[in-house]
Each structure stands twice: as structure tokens, then as C-alpha cells.
Design a protein around this ligand. Structure first.
Ligand code: HEM
Length: 522
């Protein structure tokens, strides 16, 4: 970005002022160490940039893991003048983010969130009363005891997924997204999305794609460290973010207001099923809450966050699932055999079958671990300075749990880069106690949607295994097309689309037969 700015001679003055201010900011922002304190070890720091040049921006978790091997579980870096603590082990993450959560539940200020109109989002909000209220609303709706209410809906949406895959297998990615989007829109807003090409899902997906593509962590880091850059005119090279921000804002407002208005209308007409918004709006009507405008705003903001947070993430895990079923036909066949032995072929699986199918849960856990959707979770931040194992952690430092490193810890997961669901099974075939809980984050910020997400993924994969075979696509000569798996970089990570063949296991299965199977299964 800097070189783009400085390459234009007319901008010489701006560039010079910019460079001087960077140096001054970088110098004065250095943490002041207490007398006996020392920072955790870390890579050598350049002026201004800190360690930025050493980081692989397409997969920073790999750089951080390599630093972990060299410097230890706690690494100190400075990126554009911001103190950053990287945690490379589950032990340290639990010590700091779980056991000292009162100090590590903040988020860093991200200047670009306001620009994109997403500063209302619970996930990026600073630790304080506004976040606390939103978090309470989310917890109440999606705590473990509350999510079984959503199971019939989740099964119905998995059946829709089967119909979509049978009708149009080539667009499997779109159908997985539609599945994730429709579950969350139903759970949050009681909105029954069209099976395909739903307007609300498409607008939500567009907003998320724009955010994930444009607000990449390294871009957000530069603008957050130097927020005055956001005051530069949008026509300047390097200011693309400003040029697209009106569209991003429009989508953010739409996602906040449109589905919420749908539930309000349905409530008024008395035609609403169980959902997060309806539950909380009804409580509001009881008059039990003091400032109802503040409460209503919190409901609207937390529900819009849930709807955004729940779509891309579960779809990404399902993409991982389809990919590994193709790469590991042995796992697929074993799972199908087990499903057949428990469920038979005259109906589809339901949640009642779950306790009898531990291998499906083992596959689910391995999909979450093998390629975690949030390889760096979401950054936490330190409210106050702290001392940990003799190291000084400055107030305001961002704290990044390297979930990728925890998932690929060879001491815990032998041959960690291999996909192997058996690692989650005891010798007697029951599930181990390891639920890979760190993929959901830590402490007071742990993902509040985890129970809902797990159930959505479980029902989708067990239904897909019951009906379909996943295999390599063939070219026009009938030769199998090799897959070179690649994942998109960013805050969340998912496999890029790959050629794939999805065919019914039963050659007689057509839409009529599948619709019949669905009818007899509910
Ligand atoms: C496979 C699916 C999902 C994964 C892997 C996932 C993972 C995560 C992670 C790692 C975090 C950050 C935790 C931290 O800061 O320590 C998070 C936050 C969050 N997730 Fe999820 N999530 C998923 C699905 C969902 C769903 C379905 C919902 C909605 C019901 C949801 C709602 C949220 C919210 C609201 C936050 C912000 C919490 C806060 O900052 O207090 N997530 N999630």
C-alpha cells in the first residue's frame, strides 16, 4: 500500500508526512516495560513494519507456528506499531484466555469496521456493557439445552440439501451455502428460505464475501494502526476499501433490518415459529426490561451477528467434509456401512440415531480439526498489562490464539496433517473426551453458536452419507480428475471449489423416490 501511495510524485508531500508520522508513532508506541519485565521472545523487528514482512499473509498461522517452534508457546511480535502476542499451545490459551478471561476478553479496535457498517457486530465489539447484553441474548438462544428445539428444522433443511444435490450436483457449493444460510435464518428469524436462489441468503452471502475478501486481517491491521489513512480521498491508489464501502454499508444495513422486519411482521400476524428474535421480542413486550429501545437494538444487532457468523462457517466445514470424502473413500465407505447398519435403507437418519453413530461424530470432529475454519480464531486483546510465566504482556496487546497450531500439535495428534477420524475413537468404538473445543475459541468469547453449528453439520453429513457417493469427477476421456486441494486465505478459511462427482448410492433414486424417502422419515 505504501509503495502505491509513494509512487505518484504529486503525492510526495502526503507521503513524506505519512512516513514521518509512521516513524514517530512507531517509536512512541513502544511498550514501556516495568523494571523487572521482559517481553516474550519473538522475531527481529524492523522499524515501523515490525515483523510484518516475515509473515506469510496467505497463511499467517504457518508463520506463527514456525515462530512457535523457534521461540516457544508465547511469541511477541509488533505489526505496524501494534503489540501482538501469539499463543501457539492449548495450555497457554487456557491459562490466559480461559482462566484469566476477565483480562483477555477485549477485542482490538478495528478502524475499518465502521467504514463497512459492521461496527454493531458482537464478534468484533470491544469488551463492555453493549457486548455483554448482546452476548447474553446469544447465549440464551443457543445454549446447549436450548438447541434441540431446532433439530426438526435442521433435519428438514438437510432434506432440502439432499434434493438440491440430487437435482443439481455440480453446484454443490451453492447448495451447502444455502443449507447453512437457511438453518441460521430459520433459527434466528423464523424465515423459511427458498430451497434455491433465496434473495435473503444471496444478499447475506454477498455481504460476507465482500467483507472477507476486502477486510483481510493484514489490510485491517494497517488501517487500524494508522486510522488517519481512512481520511484520504477514495480516488487515491490503495484506497479501494473506501470506494467499495458504500456498497458494503448498504448490505450491512440491509442484513440488520430486512430479516428483523420479517420476524416483526410475522409476530404481528401470529405466524412465527420458534426463533431467537421472536423469543426476545416477546420478553421485551412483557415489560420486564428497563430501557426497551436499547434492548431492542441489542436484539437486532446480536441476531444479525448470529446470522452472519453462522453461514460461512458451517458451509466451510461441509466443504471440508465433501473434499475429504473424495480424498478418503475408505472413510466414506466405512461411514456409509455404519449408517446402513443403524438406520437401514428405508428411512433417513435422525438425531435419535446420533448416539449409535459415534463414527459420524468422529468424522465431524476431524473435519473441524484437520482444516480449522478459524485458524487464528478471532483476536482477543488485553484489558490491562499482565505478567505470564515471567513475561510482560502490555495493556492493549492483541492476543492471537493459533488454533491451527493447536490442531496440528503432533504430541496430541499423531500424523496431524492426515485426515483420520479414528483418532477420536476409543478402542471400544466410543468417542474420546476430546471434542476439539479450541476450534470454537476461548473464555468469555467462545463461539455461542457452537452447539447449533455442530448439530447442523452432523445432520447434513449423516444425511449426505446415507444417500450419496462422493468421488472424483471424470474428464471427457473418462479419466479421473486429480484434486489439488487449496483453501482461500482470510479470517475464515474454506476449500476452493474442486471438481467432484456426487451420485446417488441407489441407482433407482430419483426426485420422486427421494421425496418419498423424506416423507417416511419425518
Ligand atoms: C463451524 C461453525 C463455526 C465455527 C468453527 C465457529 C467458530 C468461532 C470462533 C473461533 C469464534 C471466536 C471465538 C473467540 O474469540 O475466542 C466465534 C465467535 C462467534 N461465533 Fe462462531 N463459529 C461457528 C458457527 C457459529 C454459528 C452457527 C453462530 C450463530 C449462532 C456463531 C456465532 C458466533 C458469534 C456471535 C461469535 C462472537 C462471540 C463474541 O465475540 O463474544 N458461530 N465462532
Amino acid at each position: 500500500m505504501l509503495d502505491l501511495l509513494t509512487s505518484h510524485s504529486a503525492l510526495g508531500l502526503v507521503s513524506a508526512a505519512f512516513a514521518i508520522s509512521l516513524v514517530l508513532r512507531s517509536y512512541f508506541a513502544k511498550p514501556k516495560l516495568p523494571h523487572s519485565g521482559k517481553l516474550p521472545p519473538g522475531p527481529a523487528l524492523l522499524p515501523i513494519l515490525g515483523s510484518a514482512l516475515a509473515v506469510d499473509v496467505t497463511a499467517p498461522w504457518l508463520t506463527y507456528k514456525a515462530w512457535g517452534n523457534q521461540y516457544g508457546d508465547v511469541v511477541y511480535t509488533r505489526l505496524f506499531g501494534q503489540d501482538n502476542i501469539i499463543i501457539n499451545s492449548e495450555r497457554v490459551a487456557r491459562d490466559l484466555l480461559d482462566h484469566r478471561s476477565q483480562n483477555y476478553s477485549d477485542r482490538p479496535e478495528i478502524a475499518t469496521n465502521e467504514l463497512f457498517g459492521i461496527d454493531y457486530t458482537t464478534a468484533f465489539m470491544r469488551y463492555g456493557s453493549r457486548w455483554r447484553l448482546q452476548r447474553k441474548i446469544l447465549q440464551q438462544s443457543f445454549r446447549q439445552a436450548a438447541v434441540p428445539t431446532f433439530q426438526p428444522m435442521q433435519i428438514a433443511k438437510s432434506h432440502d440439501l439432499l434434493l438440491n444435490l440430487l437435482e443439481d450436483p455440480l453446484n454443490y457449493q451453492e447448495h451447502l451455502e444455502a443449507h447453512s444460510g437457511s438453518v441460521i435464518l430459520s433459527a434466528v428469524y423464523s424465515y423459511d428460505a427458498a430451497r434455491r436462489h433465496d434473495y435473503m441468503i444471496e444478499r447475506g452471502t454477498m455481504a460476507l464475501e465482500l467483507m472477507l475478501k476486502e477486510l483481510r486481517p493484514e489490510v485491517a491491521a494497517v488501517f487500524s494502526a494508522y486510522p488517519f489513512l481512512l481520511r484520504l480521498p477514495s480516488w487515491l491508489p490503495g484506497m479501494r476499501l473506501k470506494r467499495i464501502s458504500p456498497l458494503a454499508k448498504e448490505l450491512a444495513v440491509e442484513n440488520l433490518e430486512r430479516p428483523f422486519a420479517h420476524t416483526e411482521r410475522s409476530l404481528a400476524m401470529g405466524s412465527v415459529s420458534h426463533c431467537m428474535v421472536a423469543t426476545h421480542l416477546r420478553e421485551l413486550d412483557d415489560g420486564r426490561h428497563g430501557d426497551s429501545a436499547w434492548q431492542k437494538k441489542a436484539i437486532q444487532e446480536s441476531t444479525a451477528t448470529a446470522s452472519g457468523a453462522g453461514t460461512e462457517t458451517t458451509a466451510a466445514v461441509l466443504m471440508n467434509f465433501v473434499l475429504v470424502m473424495i480424498l478418503h473413500p475408505d472413510v466414506q465407505q466405512k461411514a456409509q456401512k455404519l449408517v446402513d447398519s443403524v438406520v437401514g435403507q428405508k428411512r433417513l437418519p435422525t438425531f435419535h440415531d446420533r448416539p449409535s453413530l459415534p463414527y459420524i461424530d468422529a468424522i465431524l470432529r476431524e473435519c473441524l480439526r484437520w482444516h480449522p475454519v478459524f485458524p487464528l480464531a478471532i483476536m482477543h486483546a488485553a484489558v490491562e498489562s499482565d505478567i505470564y510465566e515471567g513475561y510482560y504482556i502490555p495493556k492493549g496487546a492483541t492476543v492471537t490464539p493459533n488454533v491451527w497450531a493447536m490442531c496440528h500439535n503432533e504430541d496430541k495428534y499423531a500424523n496431524a496433517y492426515e485426515f483420520n477420524p479414528d483418532r477420536f475413537l476409543n478402542p471400544d468404538g466410543t468417542l474420546t473426551d476430546d471434542t476439539v473445543s479450541f476450534v470454537w475459541g476461548f473464555g468469555r468469547r467462545i463461539c455461542p453458536g457452537r452447539h447449533l453449528a455442530e448439530a447442523s453439520i452432523w445432520s447434513a453429513i449423516v444425511c449426505m452419507l446415507a444417500v450419496f457417493n462422493f468421488s472424483r469427477a471424470k474428464d471427457e476421456t473418462g479419466k479421473e480428475i486429480e484434486i489439488e486441494p487449496r483453501w482461500n486465505p482470510g479470517l475464515t478459511v474454506r476449500p476452493l471449489p474442486f471438481p467432484c462427482s456426487i451420485t446417488p448410492r441407489n441407482a433407482d433414486m430419483d426426485i420422486t423416490a427421494l421425496q418419498h424417502l423424506i416423507r417416511v422419515s419425518v
